[in-house]
Design a protein around this ligand. Structure first.
Ligand code: AMP
Length: 595
């Protein structure tokens, strides 16, 4: 195995990183460091955060600056203020034994005056967000004339954030003979274009596979109905008693809403999104880093630069449209050699997106069942038992109070006592999960047993029941066909042979209708109507049965022909045809249908 010394890292830097616990170089460092120290060609490195890329560019950059010259010699551009601060802090750590080298992070959202003051005191390395740097250049306080190394970190993110023009503007102020490095987690075409435009025959290093999530990340998905997503999230959280996770949402509103609900439900959660002030965001991130909160609900943009290495889960509350965004999200877990889990909670319509992501990252998602209440409770109970077993007991302090407590609880058996301790923690959970159903989305609807008919409601039954002395007739035309009471009377008058039919109660429904006629006329009416046509629809009629579900019988058939509506010069009567049964009393009035 190679050492940092083998890579040519100077001893003052080595001492500092040894103190940080770096024993051997990580793959990206092994590739990039000797190249940067030795050769003059530019570098494009595909590497995610967490691969050790900051040291990969940071160490050689620090080694190459001249501490005697109090002017900027290296420029590191980063998309966000948080990443900017992170890089600044890492470089400060690495340069612990290089007191003459000054690194200055400059970024928007904080006092420009103090940044100007620091610049005037002389710095060799500037770590900047593009907007603020341009501001400083325009004020004439930054001179980039001596810059020999430029690093673009998270270049794909900078593009996503629309910094291309700013990068153009900045690079125009840097001497042409500079050395340039570009780090990116993904390789969209635009990155290749930038490389072509600004770099001279760059060497490309790929750390891990191109466009792939980290190898030690497991990708899991749960499929539920859209309305059950939040329930699924809670079950996932409940099933991992020591969860420490970022939950990614697409919008600021969702982010706040989910966080609010979680807080209301008793979780240590917080929201991180762009509607919060910088101060609020800083506080939220600090609380999360310090583990005061264990669930951080965040938008992608706001979570950038929040650097935490030991997340147990990344949770996608729905999938992002852009595969690169998924790669970034999942790349936040499974860092520094640990294994991680990236979870997607999706509904059935997101399956296509899931397939797309699988194709891009070259990995398959494993579908899992949402943890069942029994499983969750069992897990939580064992976790508590584990905590009881391992808790540090301060005998000296506790002993003082033990006799009194023992007197009070002495009547309880050991089992009773245990039950009570567990109930203290678990009643809320037990209560919540009592009778909780399974919420997994079932791909194929189970076929209903034909015998097990749906019971009609009272209203439906009433609708299907004739009034005294009358018979209820069903006809397969309804309001959606443009069929109204007048049309029914028209049809009865013209199609039913014999004496005129007295019509009772009429119920018009979207796809069918029910009406009463005297019992004695029922058969005659059905015979008259059946086989006729209304606006191109073949009419069917029968004596209605109170238990029959006519809405299903009448739902639109796929291949049902739809013809044009009557024109203005046709009466409805003229429009419906009864050729098939030839029952018209006044055939002379029936015109041929217009084409
Ligand atoms: P980065 O990708 O630069 O954000 O680094 C990810 C994490 O790995 C950081 O916490 C670094 O401090 C750590 N790290 C970087 N290089 C090494 C190394 N050679 N050995 C151990 N840890 C490292």
């Amino acid at each position: 195995m190679k050492t940092f010394e083998d890579l040519g890292v100077r001893d003052d830097l080595r001492r500092a990183i040894e103190e940080l616990g770096f024993e051997n170089p990580m793959p990206v460092q092994e590739k990039v460091i000797p190249h940067l120290l030795g050769e003059d060609s530019d570098v494009v490195a595909l590497a995610q955060t967490g691969t050790g890329k900051t040291a990969a560019f940071g160490l050689p950059v620090l080694q190459r600056v001249d501490p005697e010259i109090k002017k900027p010699q290296a420029l590191i551009l980063s998309p966000t203020r948080e990443l900017c601060l992170q890089i600044g802090a890492d470089l400060a750590d690495f340069s612990k034994y290089m007191p003459a080298v000054k690194v200055l992070p400059v970024y928007g959202g904080s006092s420009i005056e103090s940044q100007i003051r620091a610049l005037k005191e002389g710095v060799q390395i500037i770590v900047a967000t593009p907007g603020r740097l341009i501001d400083l250049i325009n004020r004439g306080v930054v001179d980039l004339g001596l810059v020999h190394t430029v690093v673009l970190d998270e270049a794909d993110e900078m593009l996503n954030m629309g910094f291309l023009d700013s990068i153009d503007e900045i690079l125009a102020k840097v001497p042409d003979q500079r050395k340039m490095l570009m780090f990116s987690a993904t390789m969209p075409n635009e990155i290749a274009k930038i490389a072509k435009k600004y770099m001279s025959s760059p060497v490309e290093f790929v750390i891990g596979n191109r466009n792939q999530g980290a190898d030690n990340v497991k990708h899991i998905y749960y499929m539920v109905n859209a309305r059950d997503k939040y329930l699924a999230l809670k079950r996932i959280a409940d099933n991992s008693p020591n969860i420490y996770a970022i939950i990614f949402c697409r919008t600021r509103r969702d982010t706040q809403e989910i966080a609010d609900k979680l807080i209301q439900d008793g979780y240590n959660a917080d929201a991180l999104h762009g509607d919060l002030s910088q101060q609020q965001r800083d506080l939220t991130m600090k609380k999360f880093r310090d583990r005061v909160t264990s669930l951080l609900v965040a938008t992608d943009v706001a979570a950038r630069g929040l650097d935490v290495d030991d997340l147990t889960h990344v949770i996608n509350y729905g999938l992002p449209d852009d595969t690169a965004v998924y790669t970034h999200r999942s790349g936040r877990t499974g860092r520094a050699g640990k294994t991680g889990v990236s979870i997607a909670i999706i509904h059935s319509r997101e399956k296509g997106k899931l397939k797309e992501i699988e194709k891009k990252i070259g990995k398959t998602f494993e579908r899992k069942e949402v943890p069942t209440p029994e499983h969750i409770i069992e897990k939580q109970l064992y976790n508590l038992a584990d905590r009881i077993e391992k808790v540090k007991v301060d005998d000296g302090e506790i002993d003082k109070y033990l006799p009194g407590v023992s007197r009070k609880l002495g009547w309880l058996s050991q089992e009773d006592l245990l039950k009570r301790v567990l109930s203290l923690e678990f009643n809320r959970l037990l209560d919540y999960y009592k009778d909780a159903p399974k919420i997994d989305f079932i791909d194929e609807k189970p076929r209903k047993d034909k015998k097990e008919k749906q019971r009609p409601t009272d209203e439906e039954k009433d609708r299907r029941t004739a009034q005294r002395g009358m018979a209820r007739i069903y006809i397969n035309a309804g309001k959606a066909d443009g069929f109204f009471a007048g049309n029914l009377i028209d049809m009865l008058n013209h199609l039913v042979e014999g004496k005129r039919v007295d019509v009772g109660r009429i119920d018009l429904l979207p796809h069918y209708s029910l009406f009463d006629v005297p019992k004695a006329d029922a058969r005659r009416v059905v015979r008259g109507l059946t086989g006729a046509e209304f606006v191109g629809k073949r009419i069917y009629s029968e004596v209605a049965e109170p238990d029959k579900d006519y809405s299903r019988l009448s739902s639109k058939k796929k291949n049902e022909k739809k013809t044009a509506l009557p024109t203005a010069d046709e009466t409805t009567y003229e429009y419906f045809l009864k050729k098939s049964r030839g029952g018209a009393k006044k055939p002379g009035r029936t015109k041929a249908r217009k084409k």
